[in-house]
Design a protein around this ligand. Structure first.
Ligand SMILES: [Zn+2]
Length: 141
């Protein structure tokens, strides 16, 4: 099972992931889908981490979906229908969030000094802040 013990760090990982989507995904529809996937992943990890397991060796996240009763193994790829259709899915977003959360070397980019890292400097103000699980995430449009 997966347990998020450092909620503060996890929140920063999620906010960082959203900022990256904002800056790197050009297509508006795709951007929205990734933002939704990350938001869902954030809540799912917190609420249903008991049904997830992270594999350190290949950085994959095993997710037992209670809704479909399928087991998904996500890293860069996934077995779900959304992935088949070329869409972002929360499984892949979750795998990435967990990987960044657990990787010690990503800490350096998540310290307060990260504000000075150009790609994290958001010139735009978030239009609102939404709460997913216990994590508050800025939403850009
Ligand atoms: Zn998937």
């Amino acid at each position: 099972m997966l347990q998020i013990e450092n909620k503060d760090r996890f929140g920063k990982v999620a906010a960082d992931a959203l900022a990256k989507i904002e800056l790197t995904v050009k297509d508006a529809r795709m951007k929205k889908r990734w933002i939704n996937a990350i938001a869902k992943a954030t809540a799912e990890i917190e609420e249903n981490g008991v049904f997830m397991n992270y594999q350190e060796d290949d950085h994959s996240l095993i997710i037992w979906s209670q809704k479909s009763n399928n087991i998904y193994t996500a890293n860069g790829i996934c077995q779900c229908r959304a992935f088949e259709q070329g869409s972002p899915c929360f499984h892949r977003a979750a795998a990435r969030l967990v990987r960044l959360y657990l990787e010690p070397e990503s800490v350096s980019t998540l310290t307060p000094e990260a504000k000075e890292v150009p790609y994290l400097k958001n010139t735009k103000e978030p239009i609102r802040v939404e709460k997913y699980g216990s994590v508050r995430l800025p939403i850009y449009n």
